[in-house]
Design a protein around this ligand. Structure first.
Ligand SMILES: Nc1ncnc2c1ncn2[C@@H]1O[C@H](COP(=O)(O)OP(=O)(O)OP(=O)(O)O)[C@@H](O)[C@H]1O
Ligand SMILES: [Mg+2]
Length: 889
């Protein structure tokens, strides 16, 4: 395209557009934001608005579509949700004359990870931006929620660095991920599920289980953004410090790089200092209970396996009154606490709220009136807060002294601490009360914002404007009387200002001093020197009022911004109070009990329930659980399909998790040792999209458990080995159970639900293994699920019964029964496995697959045959015998 053919406006457009690649440019033209060219085509499609064209007449039409400026945020929200980035280009000077091109600039870039406006955010969820970087040996990630100012960074070293990093990614669930371009091939391979080109690349491939790169927007940045020296100086400058020691970042260079990149991106896109980001905290995973992505999903903590939000732990526990509280509760669920002292402090606070119903109600009723201070504060600091935002701040702060007062009665030490953190902010409150009208408009300029009595000049101008208007009314009356034209009107429009309008029929009555301004079909418009005078005054006053209100509002915003840290501290304290009171409310409503947490090794739950299933079903059969790290560390749970094994496993994990959040738990009694991690291998999760079979995923997850579990971990294995041939599956299941039991470093407390009844043999040979079963009652009509877990092992799966209940055709059920009877009557080998295949005709030479024990015996015999006894020292002989014995057991 020949640039000389472009209009000046389009030339300006191209200049700006060139500087913002990868964004959709919203270009302000009068009352509209317009998109042009490619952007217009995308915009029209995604927003379902009409695509038109500019300059059709010139033969080079420019595709165009537009949205009204006052509704722009709802359109942008749609695009952001679809993962687009938007550059907002405004007119940065008033359009003075119609000929001169107004100056335009991009005032903000809005991306999924940096949105600030209410309509673009989920109230009860954080909106994190993540910046990731690292090498094969060390990796770091910075999480920054611009909408609240929270900034956390984590660093991991060693072989499993990336795996740990992804675990954190899953817990924080960022909306946008930044990474250096150098990492792009790896990220892309991960996203596109490509097979890595080489062994070496495969080693660095990101581990399975995380979906964060699929759902978050991916934003590669130039490598220099992650440069250490740059990041370091940016962070120091931002926080006004000369060293990062105070933030625990000394010596964590990769973390500094990640954090620096996140901050860089925010300041770059928002065109603001982001002064509400007042600190950065270094995440120490050991201070939390760690939940890997698979576990977060399997336990249905914040999202159910079917993607819904209804039947989740979060939904059951969430009785918070504020958005800040809802966000914190989510954080506590995804990152339960790992420190006994902190958990106990939380439990003390919850207990006090539980005990004192009236008082809890008082606190909660006041919290209900508190709005999202964190997000308002972010907008204040980013220069986007509206008059209504400041009113929300004012109204919320008014509640703080009341809450503080109510909390005077608190005795739990955490509640006392929180009370002390509440700043009444009298100065800020007084200022906002004096400055803002009761109900200011959503947009500045859409009505009065500044209260009268706050600023003398503003009051004067307002008086003038109102006076002026009544003066015009009087003038109209007077002129009507003087000229004798009853239909004479004084009117106003944008182009001609004030004028006197006289209809054609009355023109002969117009006095000579009237100056003609404009002729219409049925009327003439006039002005007089007196009217001109007043016009100047009134219009001047109204313009000046707008200008002055804008100035005063900006000053007000800046004044509030100066109190950022104090407001933040108050907001955080309110969020904590909200969560603690909400946990108490839920505990009372659902009849939970306070757990006792210990540094010991026992887990004892009496009459425990599954918090979500019990709500769903209404009636629930409670069950006990006892585990320790010696005699009861591997529980093998057998029982019929639909018996309740999976529910039992999950409820154990959820009770431990809730306790470490500081919540009461659904049980009559719970004595729990601290858990460092919960692992789950539950059900069959397919990952076809990732090019991995069910069984492969199952094994990858199992491998991870075996490599990472510690004696402090809680492991749930639900039918491991199910995804393959019976013997392979059973062998793997057996070996996995044995490993978790025997390997001192990985001897986690393990709950293993299985349909391999052979596994119940483990209890005979392993000192820490025990059998439990889920009871059913057999009756003539079928079976009755009791959902009761007791010691012992089940010997039947009742699979056919369940199939019958599921409505399989009667003939199929009857035939299955017949086959089962045959199998059980005479077709089983000594190990209880079918000999079916042996009797099939025409399969000469087929050999029965050996049982586990036979296989062990045979290989031992082979070894013995091959052994040259003369060559053995007595020591070696002894070791061989020991080894042989171990293999046989
Ligand atoms: N303790 C309980 N009280 C009441 N109902 C329960 C209880 N436990 C489980 N149930 C009900 O039984 C259903 C099946 O439970 P679950 O999925 O745990 O069975 P399972 O033993 O794992 O079966 P499968 O072997 O087929 O996987 C649950 O969906 C729930 O409705
Ligand atoms: Mg199950």
């Amino acid at each position: 395209m020949n640039p000389n053919q472009l209009t000046p406006m389009l030339k300006q457009y191209h200049e700006i557009k060139r500087r913002y690649p990868g964004t959709l440019l919203f270009f302000r033209l009068g009352d509209f934001y317009e998109l042009f060219y490619e952007d217009a085509i995308i915009g029209a499609r995604e927003l379902e608005i009409t695509l038109t064209a500019r300059h059709k007449e010139r033969g080079t039409p420019v595709p165009m579509c537009g949205v009204p400026h006052h509704a722009v945020m709802s359109y942008i929200a749609k695009l952001i949700r679809k993962g687009y980035r938007v550059a907002l280009c405004d007119q940065v000077e008033e359009a003075k004359s119609s000929t001169k091109l107004v100056r335009r600039e991009v005032v903000r870039i809005i991306t999924p990870g940096t949105v600030l406006e209410g309509p673009l955010l989920e109230a009860g969820e954080n909106n994190y931006l993540a910046a990731v970087c690292g090498t094969a040996e060390a990796a770091a990630v910075g999480f920054l929620d611009v909408s609240t100012g929270e900034f956390v960074v984590a660093e991991f070293v060693g072989e499993r660095a990336w795996e740990h990093l992804l675990e954190q990614m899953e817990a924080f669930a960022p909306r946008e991920v930044l990474y250096p371009k150098a990492l792009e091939p790896i990220v892309n391979a991960y996203v596109r599920h490509e097979t890595p080109p080489s062994e070496e690349a495969a080693d660095r491939e990101l581990p399975v289980g995380s979906t964060v790169f699929d759902y978050a927007a991916r934003t590669p940045l130039e490598d220099w953004v992650f440069d250490f020296a740059y990041a370091h100086s940016l962070l120091c400058e931002h926080f006004g410090v000369s060293t990062l020691e105070g933030f625990d970042l000394q010596g964590h260079d990769v973390a500094v790089q990640a954090a620096g990149a996140a901050l860089h991106y925010v300041r770059e896109t928002q065109r603001a200092q982001a002064a509400h980001i007042t600190e950065i905290s270094f995440l120490r995973p050991s201070e939390f209970m760690i939940l890997d992505p698979t576990t977060v999903r399997n336990l249905e903590l914040v999202e159910a396996l079917d993607g819904s939000r209804e039947h989740t732990l979060f939904a059951v526990l969430d009785a918070t009154e504020t958005a800040m509280g809802a966000r914190l509760l989510r954080q506590w669920i995804l990152r339960p606490c790992g420190r006994l002292a902190e958990i106990t402090a939380r439990l003390d606070a919850v207990e006090e709220f539980v005990r004192r119903t009236m008082w809890r109600d008082q606190v909660r009723a006041r919290l209900k009136r508190v709005q999202d201070l964190e997000r308002v504060l972010a907008r204040v600091n980013m220069g986007t807060a509206t008059p209504r935002d400041l009113a929300a701040l004012r109204n919320s702060l008014a509640v703080v002294p009341e809450i503080k007062d109510v909390l005077r009665e608190a005795t739990a030490s955490l509640l006392e601490v929180l009370r002390e953190s509440l700043d009444e902010l009298q100065d800020v409150r007084a200022l906002l009360e004096a400055a803002l009208v009761e109900n200011p408009p959503a947009t500045l300029g859409d009505g009065p914002t500044i209260r009268s009595g706050f600023h003398a000049e503003l009051d004067e101008l307002r008086a003038l404007a109102t006076d002026g208007k009544s003066y015009i009314a009087r003038l109209e009356q007077r002129e009507r009387a003087r000229t004798g034209i009853p239909s004479l009107k004084v009117k106003f429009n944008q182009v001609f200002g004030y004028f006197i309008e006289v209809s054609k029929a009355n023109l002969h009555l117009v006095p000579p001093e009237y100056e003609r301004k404009q002729t219409l079909v049925g009327a003439e418009r006039f002005t007089t020197p007196e009217l001109k005078d007043y016009e100047a005054k009134i219009l001047g006053a109204e313009e000046r009022i707008l200008e002055l209100e804008r100035e005063l509002f900006h000053e007000l915003r800046q004044e509030v911004a100066r109190a950022t840290r104090r407001i933040q501290a108050t907001a955080r304290a309110l969020a904590h109070l909200d969560v603690l009171a909400a946990l108490a409310e839920t505990a009372v409503r659902r009849n939970y009990r306070r757990p006792i947490l210990t540094e010991g090794d026992e887990i004892y739950i009496r009459a425990g329930r599954h918090p979500v299933v019990e709500v769903q079903l209404g009636r629930f059969v409670p069950n006990d659980l006892y585990m320790n790290n010696t005699t009861d560390r591997l529980l093998i749970i057998t029982g019929p399909n639909m018996g309740g094994k999976s529910v039992y496993l999950r409820q154990a994990a959820l009770i431990c998790l809730m306790a470490q959040m500081g919540s009461f738990v659904p049980a009559e009694e719970a004595r729990l040792s601290l858990v460092d991690r919960i692992f789950t291998r539950v059900g069959s999760s397919d990952s076809v999209a990732r090019g991995r079979s069910t069984f492969m995923v199952e094994m990858i997850e199992t491998a991870k458990i075996l490599n990472t579990a510690t004696p402090r971990s809680l492991v749930l294995l639900d039918e491991v080995g199910r995804g393959t041939a019976t013997f392979d599956g059973l062998s793997i299941a057996w070996a996995v159970a044995e490993y978790l039991h025997n390997n001192a470093n990985h001897a986690a407390k393990t709950l293993f639900a299985t349909h391999y009844h052979e596994l119940t043999e483990l209890a005979r040979v392993l000192p820490g293994a025990r059998n439990y079963q889920v009871l059913v009652k057999e009756s003539k009509g079928g079976i009755l699920f009791l959902h009761k877990v007791v010691e012992g092992s089940a010997n039947k799966s009742y699979g056919i019964e369940v199939a019958r209940l599921a409505g399989l055709p009667r003939s199929v059920i009857a035939r299955a029964r017949e086959i089962l009877e045959n199998l059980e009557a005479n077709e089983l080998d000594p190990m209880g496995r079918p000999r079916l295949a042996e009797h099939l005709p025409g399969r000469e030479g087929w050999k029965r697959q050996p049982t586990l024990f036979e296989a062990a015996q045979r290989s031992l015999l082979d070894e013995l045959r091959a052994l040259d006894v003369d060559q053995l020292s007595p020591e070696e002989a002894k070791r061989w015998l020991q080894e042989a014995k171990r293999k046989l057991l």
